[in-house]
Ligand binder design. Sequence first.
Ligand code: NAD
Ligand code: ZN
Length: 345
Amino acid sequence: MKAVTLAAVDEVAVRDVPEPRIDQPTDAVIRLRAGAICGSDLHVYHGQMGAMEKDYPIGHEYVGVVEEVGPLVRGFRPGMRVGGSFFSACGECDACRRRQFTQCQEIQLFGFGARFGGLAGSQAERVRIPHADHTLIALPDEISDEQGLFLGDALTTAYFGVRRADIEPGMTVAVVGCGPVGQLAVECAQVFGAARVIALDLVPQRLAQAEEIGAMPVLADGDAAKRVRALTGGRGADAVVEAVGSEATLNLSLRLAAGFATVSAIGVFPQPSVPILIGRAFDRDLTVRAGMANIQAEAAATRELVRAGRLHPERLVTHRMPLEDAPQAYALFARREAGKVILNV
Ligand code: NAD
Ligand code: ZN
């Protein structure tokens, strides 16, 4: 089958790789209908996750049809249309029973290489899904493939970050980073009752996109904190969602925050340690949270919000390309010349 693999730093290739098979009785194999490229894939693309094995498929945003299930899979059968989480969790260990799926002892991420469990990625014609009952998300007819693609990562990650930002109705919320995840965080903050959402980025086109969905755009340059204070009567933002994953944006988030605000970081920090303005956090009594999105616990909510027409993730799709064009698709997305890029299989 064909799959997207990392050929070199900043270069992907579409290669013929071995077909996945059912390996455990709780596995499923799905045939892809489409995949998408995520900002997290860019960390792989830029070589920040290390070298990938030869012929190792990357990618983790997918929608497809169940082709085969192992004998212990209960909730899914061949022919069902599904999306799924970007990681698999066993569903049975202590952490999973507490619904802390990101803390599963057997967690494996799709498409991030050996460091994260070595599970083959989903930018491919087929993918093996471990613990299918916990990993897959059934798609009702009212949810399109393009909407379904967002449930297993980008949208649910944004929702997770926003839910943990302690937003109360009427608050002013800042979202730092207007990539697809940040844009979706703008929408989610509105659903959580934000009176105003201030969106920050360095790329004018991305700011314009955020403005289209109702955010107040602010250029994230050296004067950003000053501008946010000017927009909020000197207070700063009542809650901040960080959706980039860098020292600069994390500390900008702290500088934007009003006293007693929560800064909820969902950006992935490729390096394990960055300096943080702890004095600022102390003076302003800030709460800072960071975390990988607990998709398995949150996706029921985002699926219902999409089904009900309250969230419109599909609006972010700017490019639809065949899987074979993955090299051009990655290059476009990496240059921030595209919103969400879909790879049709
Ligand atoms: P993206 O790369 O498309 O978006 C990042 C945005 O940040 C871009 O618009 C970029 O212009 C902006 N940016 C970069 N530096 C900036 C700065 N100094 N100030 C302001 N803006 C800046 O990626 P995405 O798909 O939107 O994902 C965003 C982040 O979320 C990535 O780090 C991704 O890895 C992460 N993510 C985390 C989880 C999770 O489980 N926590 C899941 C999915 C994605
Ligand atoms: Zn578990």
